[in-house]
Structures are given as structure tokens and as C-alpha cells.
Write a protein that binds this ligand. Sequence first.
Ligand code: AMP
Ligand code: GLY
Length: 419
Amino acid sequence: MEVLVIGDGGREHALALALSADPIVAAVHAAPGNPGTAQLGTNHPVAAADPAAVAALARELGVGLVVVGPEAPLAAGVADAVRDAGIPCFGPSAAAARIEASKSFAKEVMAAAGVPTGRAITCHDETEVAAALDALGAPHVVKDDGLAAGKGVVVTDDRAVALAHGTACGDVVVEEFLDGPEVSLFAITDGTTVLPLLPAQDFKRVGDGDAGPNTGGMGAYTPLPWLASEVVTQVVDTIIEPTVAEMRRRGTPFAGLLYTGLAITADGPKVIEFNARFGDPETQVLLPLLATPLAQVLLAAATGRLAEVGDLAWRTGSAVAVVLAAHGYPAPPRSGDPITGLDRVGGDAHVIHAGTRRQADGGVVASGGRVLAVVGVGESLTAARDTAYAGMADIHLDGGHHRTDIARTAAEQQSGQES
Ligand code: AMP
Ligand code: GLY
């Protein structure tokens, strides 16, 4: 079987890498892909969010499975168009992807399913935002009601800042602040059966110690030594399965990857957000530990046969991803700076390309905000992060920056538990 991956980021390179390791996969294609996916297979210059063009490419290539990476193509109906062409597609319909595309829709589904989440008020103008801020109190959480790539959220104690963001966005959701460590829990589903992945954590702020503005994600690790193992079962039972059942009941079954962003509060896990796709960079750490062949699982989910797969199998050990960002990120980044040292990264570390471009002379330059991730795999979090940071030390990008504290606290905790 040949597989087509839609998108051009780090998540798509990580998906292509894991898919190409599945023995049932004869070749991997990507559209549009990046220099990382080009190393694994063939890139095709087709716009990811053009449903007709993606379906036509999938038919022309004769692929047996299409895997859609980012949210924008899902919201645009790419998965619908591929399925209408008779080709299995891993990724929800546009109607089901609304669980990510609209924060107010997600809240409506959660309310109907009885899923624990923060109280929220949808607002349409300044007066409503002001009233909602006062009703819910500080810290204030104000979210753009549309897709904003993780950057449409302001969390602040400053009422004036919260009000300004709320007024600038148009429709916004003002939310109760959820206090507690954040966990990303992904589940693969065919609309009925739910298979959770390992819990992971990502680092959304640009700087060490969670300083500075929000980003798309500066690093990630899995598993989480500080999270009680029963929490995953609890989240599947009280959050993921009721949500999947509610989507089915509405006639818009969610088949694909349901990403639950959680706060582990004093009252138990509560939903911060749902996404309709694999998270980035969490995917970069989860897939290297997945022992079950990925293409077979995604094909089963895409064809309503996930119940036949059984629980996912995982390798022992840990994985840590550290993102290298371009000069200026998360403000508009500088493009075109050369990246050197990529060939030196090896052993238990590997490079996942995100915002890179290969030039005619073979050199690789930065072409996006999050440029690449170095992923380290090891027996412990300490080993995995040492490996990732050793790989990062081999790479040079003028003006590039990365966090130095990815998974540090968790690694210390894990070694404390063991000694
Ligand atoms: P989102 O775009 O919903 O992923 O939000 C981005 C980040 O804002 C989250 O990862 C949290 O760190 C923070 N955030 C969002 N909503 C809340 C909330 N209700 N309480 C606390 N923090 C939040
Ligand atoms: N890691 C955050 C996201 O993918 O939205």
C-alpha cells in the first residue's frame, strides 16, 4: 500500500517517518511535504487545503490511505473529498473538525456530553466581554472563537489586556481559568472505538521557565512520570468516550485523531481544548515509542475497523523533542538563514523538519517559525533529553533559539522516584 500525508510541518514528517516503518507501506508521498518528507518518499506540489486537488492527487497516485495532518485542510473538507473519491482517509469530516475550528461548538458538545471543562461565555461585543470577565473573575482567559494555531488565547490578570484582546477578535469565548498542570492526551478513533496514546506534555511558551508569549509548541516529552496511570482511563471514560458518542449522536461522527488538551485540576482532569488532529510537537515524541505499526492502525480507524486492532503497544523508555525556532519567532520569523550540522545528528537522536527548505545547491535554510525538532529517545527522560540536547548542540542556525528546560523537571522527578 502507498500512503499520502497531507501537510508540510514537523508533525507530517514524524507521521511519514512512522508510516514508512510499517511493513505494509510500500511508499510514502506528501503534499506539499518538506525536506524531511522528501528524504522518505515523494513530495507533490499540491496545496494541503484544496479538497479537489488533494482527492485528485490521491486517485492519481492510487494510494490506499490518506493521512491529513493540519487543521486547516480538515476544516476545508479535505477528508470529505478524499472519502467521496472512495479512498480511505484518516482525518475527520469538516463537520466533525468543528470541535477544533469553533471553540463555542466544542463547549456545546461538552455540555451535551457532560464532560468536565471550565465555564465559558461566548461574546459578540465589548459589553458582553466586559460582563463575562467580571462574571468569571481573574485570571482571565479570552479565546478567539476561530482557528488561531494556538495563538488566539490570552491568559492574564490584567482586565484591560483581556478586554482589548476580546474586542480585537470579534467573536470570543471568555473562560474560567483552569489551574493545574497541562496534559495532551491523543486518542485514535473510528467514531466508535477509542484507542488512547500515551499522555504527553508540550511547552507552549517561547522561553525557559514558561516565560514570554505563546507559540505553537517549543518541545514535548512522553511519558509523564508525575501523572497517575489511572488518569488516562479516567479521561477516556469521562471525557473522550462521551465526546465521541455525542458526535456520533449528532450525525457527525468524529473519526480521526481527537486531541484532548487537559488541565489536571484539584477537581480532576478538565478539558482546556479539543483539536481534530495530531498535536505538534507531541506527535514527534509519541510515534517513536509506538510499537504497533502506524499505517495499520490509521487504516483501521479510517475504515471503521478499529475494534479489530486491540490496545496499542508501546516501547519502554522515553522521548523528548526540542524545537529550534527561527530568529524572531513567535513574531514573524526571519527566513533564509542556513542550517548546518544536520548530518552530525545521529544515534538515538533524529531531526524532524518543520519550517525548512532545501535549496538548489543542497543546503537547507530556515523557512518558517518552528524550523525543526531534535528528538531523543532513551531508557529514561534524562537519557532522552541528554540525547536530544546533544543533537541540538550539533546544529547551527543564525539567530535560532530553543528552550533549554524541556522535560527537565519531569526528568528530575523520574530520577528521584527511582533512587
Ligand atoms: P488553546 O488555544 O485553547 O490551546 O490555549 C492555549 C494555552 O492557553 C493552553 O495550552 C493553556 O496554557 C492556556 N489556556 C487556555 N485555556 C485555559 C484555561 N481555561 N485555563 C487556563 N489556561 C488556559
Ligand atoms: N502542541 C499544540 C498543538 O498541536 O496544538
